[in-house]
Design a protein. Structure first.
Ligand code: HEC
Length: 154
């Protein structure tokens, strides 16, 4: 009687631990994906805001630097937004990110470099050069990465 009670307790603890082991990483994964998408939304927001200022459809020229600085900072955050295990669930991040981390890191570095360059140009107040660099950033970082590493919308 005593033995079976202990065995029963062990089984209960084991199943709790198993439930924990299964539930915790799943939650962490969901959190990591949501975090990444929030970072990308912020990136998209600053990009759209800069586009409006550069085209003259909204905002103020003096605020361009604020958005460019935020973008440069966010590029370094994006580098940390793809942890191992955040590859499945409600995400459009492609498996190849983790299969080919060397290539992925290269594109992340392009993002960091191009946005840092834009921040530097906006500090000098050269509007035309900023517009050109804005296009470079969009093409070489955003579009290049999305093409290779982001699933198309279904
Ligand atoms: C190094 C790769 C990479 C770069 C560079 C990159 N993105 Fe992304 N982006 C992704 C991936 C991958 C996703 C999908 C994330 C997910 O669903 O988990 C994404 C998602 C997004 C989303 C959708 C967010 C959401 O879920 O609502 C927007 C908007 C976005 N990116 C904008 C941009 C813009 C603008 C730039 C350039 C300034 C950029 N991204 C640069 C990889 C990148």
């Amino acid at each position: 009687m005593k033995k079976t009670a202990i065995r029963g307790l062990k089984t209960a603890i084991l199943s709790l631990a198993l439930a924990g082991l299964i539930a915790l990483p799943a939650l962490a994964q969901e959190g990591a994906i949501k975090y990444r998408q929030s970072v990308m939304k912020a990136v998209g927001g600053h990009m759209a805001a800069m586009g409006a200022i550069l085209k003259g459809t909204g905002g103020q020229a003096r605020d361009l630097k604020v958005h460019a600085d935020a973008m440069a900072a966010l590029a370094t955050v994006a580098a940390n937004a793809f942890p191992e295990g955040s590859d499945f669930g409600m995400t459009r991040a492609k498996e190849v990110i983790w299969e080919n981390p060397v290539e992925f890191k290269k594109v992340v570095q392009v993002f960091i470099d191009e946005s840092a360059k834009l921040a530097k140009i906006t500090a000098s107040g050269k509007f035309k050069a900023a517009a050109a660099q804005f296009l470079h950033l969009g093409k070489n970082a955003c579009a290049t990465c999305h093409k290779k590493f982001r699933e198309k919308k279904k």
